[in-house]
Design a protein around this ligand. Structure first.
Ligand SMILES: Nc1ncnc2c1ncn2[C@@H]1O[C@H](COP(=O)(O)OP(=O)(O)OP(=O)(O)O)[C@@H](O)[C@H]1O
Ligand SMILES: [Mg+2]
Length: 235
């Protein structure tokens, strides 16, 4: 088991964002975490990557307790978080953004070159715009750069928060295809998506979060997609 989240409780001041959330991700899986606005999806990812400390509960990565570790140590283990709103450096160029990400993981020059090529192949637009300031990229291009940064970190576990948000339909398709490809290339993926239908389709397993609690877990093969959506958004 690459990730185990055990009875997490997280609050922001008086607001209870997570109330005893437990789930797990096996190595090699795409696991989708779906749920309505405010359900606690981003909070879950932020807690895993160390940006928020849980009040209670534990997080294990490959069996090691990482609860309360600082974000840079968690990133150093190979957990790459692509936050909602992208988390790129606006005042650095495309190329610099990618290099900084590789730097975090202390990649060699040779690997850096190969990884840069891989990112440019996946997202030719980024290759063409390598000298452009990231803050001047279009929304979709910034999203590609955010995913490109996670690729440069060679994340063993990618935490993707709404990667398709704000993108045109053809780019949404590209992003989902990219996620599947990354997974086939060996990255385990925990995906948070508003685009629940697509997120369920590409997932090996799905969890639904509702007001800070897991209300559904299962595999898309064994459940009708509409039933999953119903438990996440309606009941
Ligand atoms: N920094 C914060 N301070 C106070 N409350 C917060 C903070 N961040 C999140 N919350 C609250 O915690 C709850 C869970 O928020 P979270 O961002 O995890 O939801 P989400 O499932 O990612 O929603 P969305 O789909 O809208 O992104 C919400 O009620 C939200 O208002
Ligand atoms: Mg969110």
């Amino acid at each position: 088991m690459i990730l185990q989240v055990d009875r997490l409780h997280v609050g922001y001041g008086g607001i209870r964002a997570l109330r005893g959330v437990s789930f797990e991700v096996e190595e090699g899986e795409i696991v989708s975490l779906i749920g309505a606005n405010g359900a606690g999806k981003s909070t879950t990812l932020r807690t895993i990557s160390g940006l928020i400390r849980p009040e209670e509960g534990s997080i294990f990565f490959n069996g090691q307790a990482i609860t309360g570790w600082p974000p840079h140590r968690i990133a150093g283990l190979g957990i790459s978080h692509v936050p909602e709103g992208r988390g790129i450096f606006s005042n650095l160029t495309v190329m610099e953004n990618l290099e900084v990400a590789a730097d975090v993981m202390k990649r060699s020059k040779q690997h850096l070159k190969a990884d840069l090529e891989r990112v440019s192949t996946l997202f030719p637009r980024l290759g063409e715009r390598r000298k452009q300031l990231a803050g001047t990229l279009s929304g979709g291009e910034q999203q590609m750069l955010a995913i490109g940064r996670a690729l440069m970190m060679r994340g063993k576990l990618l935490l993707l928060d709404e990667p398709s948000m704000g993108l045109a339909p053809n780019l949404v398709e590209t992003i989902f295809e990219t996620i599947v490809k990354l997974n086939e290339d060996g990255s385990t993926i925990l995906l948070v998506e508003q685009n629940a239908h697509k997120a369920i389709q590409i997932a090996h397993r799905v969890y639904a979060l509702k007001t800070g609690q897991i209300v559904f877990s299962g595999t898309p093969e064994h459940h009708d997609i509409d039933d999953i959506l119903h438990s996440a958004y309606l009941e």
